[in-house]
Design a protein around this ligand. Structure first.
Ligand code: UDP
Length: 235
């Protein structure tokens, strides 16, 4: 296995499956199965989950809502998704812990770095909910932040497309996929991998990013084994 400790970033939208809103239990069960397979290989798995399938602060603000209020709603949405993911993982007989950056001790542990690392060492899947706990940030930034804090080897971003392309492959048939790309090239070519705050944090801390299609069965295992799946961004 190429990696030992990973941080998997899943967007809220990924949990919708074919729906327009909310959570598709079938999709969650599929993800749980993929995660179980890599846990079986001794990989330590931490997950940051987004909230875009339920609420985004920016969308609220564009409808006249206070941005900070909306962002807190978005952060709570990530916790709802975290609880759903936790159930699916437990259904697959995995040990899990949900840690949040916003205290709500009846349903999740507060985020404490050493505790998170201990859970990982014991083979538990750690889900980080609540983003960074601050408005004006995204769960991509939370993912990079947590990955650096727990010394993850890599951040693995599951998306609908199977990597980074010269242009949007869903709109441009001539788009070409990169197998490898450097942080600098991504910047120079103005490609969209993560928002700028998240991306810069990753670059500054030399944390490689892999973008891949999480919806293809067996893909996560391939990524962990070091097979050429998706796009690897590094220095
Ligand atoms: N959010 C926030 N601070 C954070 C992480 C998230 O305010 O550290 C809010 C923000 O409103 C965001 C929403 O939570 O729009 C959902 O997160 P995100 O958009 O990153 O989810 P994804 O696109 O991954 O589903």
């Amino acid at each position: 296995m190429k990696y030992k400790r990973i941080l998997l970033k899943l967007s809220g939208e990924a949990l919708m499956g074919d729906r327009n809103y909310g959570i598709d239990p079938k999709r969650l069960a599929d993800y749980a199965e993929e995660i179980k397979n890599i846990i079986g290989k001794g990989i330590e798995v931490a997950i940051v989950i987004g909230g875009g399938n339920i609420f985004r602060g920016l969308a609220g603000a564009s409808n006249g809502m206070d941005r900070v209020q909306g962002d807190y709603m978005g952060m709570l949405a990530t916790i709802i998704n975290g609880l759903a993911l936790q159930s699916a993982l437990e259904e697959a007989e995995l040990q899990t812990r949900l840690l949040t950056s916003i205290e709500m001790k009846q349903i999740a542990e507060p985020f404490i770095k050493r505790r998170a690392v201990r859970h990982l060492e014991k083979g538990r899947v750690v889900i980080f909910g609540g983003g960074t706990g601050n408005p004006y940030f995204t769960t991509d930034t939370a993912a990079v932040l947590r990955a650096i804090e727990i010394n993850a080897d890599v951040i693995i971003k599951g998306t609908r497309v199977d990597g980074i392309y010269t242009s949007d492959p869903e709109k441009d048939a001539s788009a070409i996929k990169f197998e490898n790309i450097t942080f600098k090239e991504v910047m120079n070519k103005d490609l969209k991998v993560m928002d700028m705050t998240a991306f810069t944090l990753s670059e500054e801390n030399d944390l490689p990013i892999i973008v891949f299609d999480m919806n293809k069965k067996g893909n996560l295992m391939k990524v962990i084994s070091g097979e050429k799946v998706g796009t690897l961004v590094n220095s």
